[in-house]
Design a protein around this ligand. Structure first.
Ligand SMILES: [Zn+2]
Length: 119
């Protein structure tokens, strides 16, 4: 894995109670993520099953405020962050590469989230 060529976060901002996380990257970019987007595209096996690929979870569209609050963000190795949500859901490992793929979804209509495919 070309870890040295994948940008890595230099700063991550997720104010308590906010529904938005902002990441500054080593290549100078700043990306933003609605928590609904992160939760709805949670890559964990419990959400996505064990088949390859990531699809939008419609359950995120009616998720509670608590379920869209991040209670913990931890770095995983030097390639990803692990997110734990206010309702206790955890196990989603978001690689830096994946987070960069999600960045263009910010501020897009829900149709873009529903149409997201990662194989
Ligand atoms: Zn999950």
């Amino acid at each position: 894995m070309p870890a040295n060529r994948t940008p890595h976060p230099t700063k991550l901002r997720s104010p308590r109670g906010a529904q938005l996380t902002e990441i500054e990257w080593s290549d100078g970019k700043t990306t933003r993520y609605e928590h609904r987007t992160l939760r709805g595209l949670c890559p964990c096996a419990q959400c996505q099953g064990h088949d390859r690929g990531i699809r939008w979870l419609e359950s995120a569209e009616s998720a509670s405020k608590l379920a869209l609050e991040l209670s913990e963000i931890e770095q995983v190795g030097n390639y990803a962050v692990g997110l734990t949500w206010g309702d206790g859901h955890s196990g989603g490992i978001y690689s830096f590469e994946y987070l960069r793929e999600l960045a263009p979804l910010h501020d897009r209509p829900i149709e873009y989230l529903r149409a997201f495919r990662r194989d």
